[in-house]
Design a protein around this ligand. Sequence first.
Ligand SMILES: [Zn+2]
Length: 301
Amino acid sequence: MITERVAENLYILDTGMLGLERYGALYILKAPKPAIIETGFSHTLEKTLQALDELRVRREDVAYIMPTHVHLDHAGGTGHLAEACPNAKVIVHEQGAPHLIDPTKLLESVQRAVGPMFPFYGTLKPTPKERVLPVHGGEVFNLGNGYEIEVIAAPGHAPHQVCFFERRLRGLFTADAAGIYRPWGAGLLLTTPPPAFHLEQSLETLARLKALQPKLLLYTHWGAHTDISLLDQCAHMLQHWVSEIEHAKKTLKDDQAVKEHFVQKEAPLLSAHYPELILRGEIEMNVQGVLLYLKRFRGIN
Ligand SMILES: [Zn+2]
C-alpha cells in the first residue's frame, strides 16, 4: 500500500517531496464525490494516480482537486492532475486561481524565493479556466455520505491560503497555517516565506482555526495529529520568531548578517531533524519572509 488510512475514508499519500519521507502529503477523501486535497509537486502525478487505483477511485469520478494555496509543494501537480481527472473541479482561492490558469508569474516568483532549490520544485501546467472554481472562504462542498468540506480563509503564510474543514471527521487540513510538524521531527517548525508572510494575519487565522474545534489536524507537512494545542504552540512560536528577527535586524549590520546569524543559530538545532538538502535554504527563506514583513508593515528597514 502506498496510501495510509488516517480516518474513516480518509487516506494520506506520502508524496516523497524532495526525495524525503514524510515531508509532503496529499490526502484522498473517498466519499461518494471523491476529493483530493493538495497535489504535491508536478512530478507527484504518477504516484497520485497509483494511489487512486489502490483506493479504487476512478479518475473520472474525482469531483474536486483542492490545493490549499498555490505554492508548488501544494499546487504544483494541479494542472497535470486536472488533465488526468477530467471531471474534477479545481477549488482554489480566488487570488491563487489566476496563477493556476497562467503560471508564468508564479514560476518566476518561486524561482526568486527558493533560488538554487528551484530545480526540485518541478513545474506547473496551466489549468483550463473552465475547470477552476475560485473561492474566498465560507463555501461548503457536499461530498455525500455526510462528508462536507468548508473552505476557511487562512491568510498569513500567504494571503491566498485556505484551510479545509471536513465537518464529519472534524478534520482540519491545515495547509501551512499551523507550521510544519513531522512525526519524527524536532516538534513544530515554522514556515514564514517571502513574499507575503504576515504575522498578525497568521495569528488571527490560528485563532479562527482553533475556534472550529477540530479533532484532527491534517498537516501537509506532515500527517494527522490529534494534539490540537499545536495551534497555540504555533502562535507562540511565530511571535517569538518575529521578535527575535526584529531584534537581530536592529543590532546586526544588514539582512545578510541577520540571515547568517539565524543559519548559525538554527542549523545545529535543526540538522538532526531537518533534511540537509534544504536546511540553509529553509532558514534563509523563513528569515527573509519576516524581514520583508518588518519592512512593509513595521517600517523597519
Ligand atoms: Zn508547504
